[in-house]
Structures are given as structure tokens and as C-alpha cells.
Design a protein around this ligand. Sequence first.
Ligand SMILES: [Zn+2]
Length: 268
Amino acid sequence: MKSATLREPLHFEGVGLHTGTTASMDVRPAQPGTGYIFVSEGARIPATADYASESPLATVIAHDGTSISTIEHILSALVAMGVSDAEIEIEGDEIPILDGSAKIYADAIAATGVVTSGEPRPLFAPETPFELRDGDKAVVVLPADEFRVRFVGHYDAPIGTHYYDAVITPERYRTEIAPARTFAFLRDVEAMRAQGLARGGSLDNALVYDEEGPMQPLQWPNEVVRHKVLDLIGDLALLGAYPQCEVIAIKSGHALHTRLTRELRNRG
Ligand SMILES: [Zn+2]
């Protein structure tokens, strides 16, 4: 597998999920070996677990007083769509939420195309299994020839238990995973609003469940767990290498994924 970057820079603009203010982002081509690097207010923060903080709601990286929140959707699209090197410049401290999925990113990357270099893409290809648990949540990483994810999500009614299993290829990612939207319970959205969070959240950028069921039509019966797969792929970007492995995730979220990537990097 060779390293690759975008053929042309991409520009995105929209509201930030938590701040509710306009956020903009430019994703630019970068040299082989750069990996993913965020640029904000002059600070350059590599998207690796070394700079990530464990946050239940979103993946956050920080360095020298600058922090960038909700990085998982753009990273997910870059990893899965075959881009190994990119510079991501943010205006403001949050990434635009767009429609709550990674569809706009994946489609833009597919439309622009990628340029492959002669350099090998750094791989994370473990030779032995690794697992991490936190109560009833678990992630297991197994040696594999390709990148495969199995996710079991379990939520309070009316969401319940959902399952998704796939080898991650750019085409499958773009059509079956990237369009799955961020989801939330209406009661949690109301509680977050009361704390000043989710100010930019609306039915245009999140799949919201009330006590009866989804308030908007679902794209798939298991859309919720497909979004969990989208988020997990973005969190695995913090390995700093392409995850050539099988990942089995049970009820896990950003905090456990961040711990996972940190421990795997430290393990060398
Ligand atoms: Zn997400």
C-alpha cells in the first residue's frame, strides 16, 4: 500500500455542533510521511493519540492551549477513502458538523481523487491480539490481511441492539458507512442544551430518537451502529498508520477508542 494525498485542496463550511457558530475547514494535500496534521491559530497538532484527550462526546486533540474538537468524521473519511497525508486547517475550535455524517467528506474526496506517491503508507499491522475492556465495553484488535470492523452497539429503548460487520474499502465506506448520521436521544439533546452544549445541533445534522423511535426516516435499520463504525474508523486514525487489522468493538465509544490507540502506540 502506497501513501496518497488529495489531488486538490477541499473547503468545507458550516455550523459547529457544540458552539453553534460558523466553522470552516480546508483540507490540503501534504507530503508523504506527514500523516494527518491539524492547523489552528498558528498551532500545528498531529492527529495522533499522543495529543488526544479522552472525551465521551467527541474526539478532541490539544497542544499548547489550542484544542480542536469533533475531529473524528473528517479523519474517518480520510483514512477510509485512501488519503494517508493531509493538512487540515480549522478556523475556530470546532469542525463543521455538516449533515452529521461523513458523506460530504467522502464524496468530496472521491470527486477530487487522490495522488499516490512512491512511498509506502505506514501500516499498523499487529502480529498478536490485543484487547481492552471497561466494564461491559470492549475492543479487541486482531491480526488480519485487511481492515475489518465488527461493531455491536447497545442502547436504551427504542434504539436497542444493532450489529455491523464489513471489510472497509473506499467504495463500501462511501456508500454504506459515511452517510450514517450522528445520533442522539431527544432527552440528552435537551440536557446538553441546558449545559450550553449542542448549540448547533438540529434535525438537519443528527438523527434524533424520542421515546417512540427515530424522529426522521432511517437510511438503514442499523444506521446508529454504522455511525459508530464511522466514528471508530476516525478514532483509529490516531494510530498514525493505516489499521490493517480486524477490530471487534462492543458498546465502545471515543474514550475507550482513544485509550486503545494510545496503548497500541505505546506498545510499539
Ligand atoms: Zn460521530
